[in-house]
Design a protein around this ligand. Structure first.
Ligand code: GLN
Length: 276
């Protein structure tokens, strides 16, 4: 095999420069700045082989987050694997809207926590709050627990579908201040599921295998029992689901129901207050 310098490897790469640099940082252990000053260094053969393999997997569509095993969310690095959805920047709106409504010593429950981004970020941003996180997937919970441990966030975890986990937490009724969830909301036949990163993500984390709203209906029906009077339910959803989600929340007795837009101005998060 021909020895190659960092610069030569970069210029022969068929993936984007940014992603090629991320793979280089991952394999060489160099920082971005070190890479720039060392781009005439020869790559050791083992590193070149590893880099070529990763670049090829990326060319075939594997998400860069799964190749690197990490993704940034709200300023922190989270571990990810194909067992969990890749954190999206849009979900930072859900987090901020939830934190804004969480009292200093309040209780927050992240339902369908996946990699744990909402729960872990909340616990770190609000150290005096009590944070619960649940997921139906044991593999996802494992990743979420690893993230909480690595980032030193105090989060209580339990396995269960939506409100099922309440019994494990021994959560009393009418006690939770904020329930936040980014549930699987993509409609079963949405062609996006066959495109880009989504092809490699766990389908049960993306779609309800129905009209996209079935988990949202379940969550809206189950959560009033655990929310305190005036407590908030916040749900992330698709840009075209705002009206439908508002209606579901209203049908389940939530008041002051409203939809918040994301940075692109699209409907992204709908929230309501528990009236009971
Ligand atoms: N709560 C996690 C996230 O927002 C996982 C969501 C999911 O798997 N649907 O990324």
């Amino acid at each position: 095999m021909q020895p190659e310098t960092i610069a030569q490897w970069l210029s022969g790469c068929k993936i984007t420069r940014l992603e090629a640099r991320l793979l280089l940082q991952y394999i060489t252990g160099y920082t971005h700045a070190q890479l720039i000053t060392r781009d005439n260094d020869t790559l050791p053969e083992a590193q070149k082989i590893a880099l070529d393999q990763l670049a090829q997997r990326r060319e075939q569509g594997e998400p860069i987050a799964y190749l690197l095993g990490t993704r940034e969310f709200y300023g922190r690095t989270f571990q990810v694997s194909p067992a969990v959805l890749i954190p999206r920047p849009e979900t930072e709106h859900l987090l901020e809207a939830a934190l804004f409504r969480l009292p200093e010593n309040g209780i927050l429950w992240d339902m369908g926590t996946g990699s744990g981004i909402i729960a872990v970020s909340s616990a770190l941003e609000r150290p005096s709050a009590t944070v619960y996180a649940s997921d139906i997937s044991e593999d996802a919970l494992q990743i979420a627990q690893q993230n909480a441990a690595a980032l030193q966030a105090k989060v209580q975890f339990a396995q269960g579908s939506w409100c099922e986990a309440a019994t494990v937490f021994r959560l009393p009724e009418n006690s939770v201040d904020v329930i936040a969830s980014n549930p699987p909301y993509i409609e079963q036949h949405d062609e996006h599921l066959q495109q880009g990163d989504l092809r490699f993500e766990p389908s049960h984390a993306l779609t309800d295998f129905a009209d996209g709203l079935s988990h949202i209906r379940t969550i809206a029906a189950q959560t009033p029992r655990y929310l305190r009077h005036g407590g908030y339910l916040l749900l992330e959803h698709g840009y075209d689901q705002g009206a439908a989600v508002r209606q579901i929340l209203q049908e389940n007795g939530f008041t002051d129901v409203q939809t918040l837009p994301d940075l692109a101005g699209l409907d992204r998060v709908t929230l309501g207050q528990n009236a009971a």
